[in-house]
Design a protein around this ligand. Structure first.
Ligand code: FES
Ligand code: FES
Length: 166
């Protein structure tokens, strides 16, 4: 099969590669770029485990071909922490609020939450739940994921985080 030439920016670094037209973006990221943070939970665009940020939008990377990402600017979980290893407020929030158990959904959840907070820096609980509704978590029951995102929003906005009463 003839391979297509793609160039893109991934986690701030320029990437150039040859890909088969049938290669999904998630497989390109995981297998050709060895970025295994984005996970494959379903392959049918339901679970959100493969979510990455692409040109300022949350994208389920199992829903597009790698060649369609030619020229794109992509962020995966590997690019979320600062270069010196300092965790992003969301990563810290998930750790502090126990927003994960097995962690399978977490990379996609964090990427989705990051875009959500960029679009709406102070979301209500309902807006958070709606915002992550395309990402499935089979472990946590979501309560601590919501808290983790609220923690991050407070930290980013420089206001104290107050855990809501159960
Ligand atoms: S693997 Fe992409 S949505 Fe489930
Ligand atoms: S922490 Fe296990 S699926 Fe979300």
């Amino acid at each position: 099969m003839t391979k297509g030439h793609v160039t893109m920016k991934v986690n701030g670094k320029p990437v150039e590669a040859l890909v088969e037209p049938r290669t999904l973006l998630i497989h390109f990221l995981r297998e050709q770029l060895s970025l295994t943070g984005p996970h494959i939970g379903c392959d049918t665009s339901h679970c959100g485990a493969c979510t990455v940020d692409l040109d300022g939008k949350s994208v389920k990377s199992c829903t597009m071909f790698a060649v369609q990402a030619d020229g794109a600017d992509i962020l995966t979980i590997e690019g979320v922490a600062a270069a010196d290893g300092t965790l992003h407020a969301l990563q810290e929030g998930f750790r502090e609020m126990h927003g994960l158990q097995c962690g399978f959904c977490t990379p996609g959840m964090i990427l989705r939450a990051q875009r959500l907070l960029q679009e709406n820096p102070a979301p209500s609980e309902e807006e958070i739940r709606m915002g992550i509704s395309g990402n499935i978590c089979r472990c946590t029951g979501y309560q601590n994921i919501v808290k983790a995102i609220q923690y991050a929003a407070a930290k980013i906005n420089g206001v104290p985080f107050q855990e809501a009463a159960q």
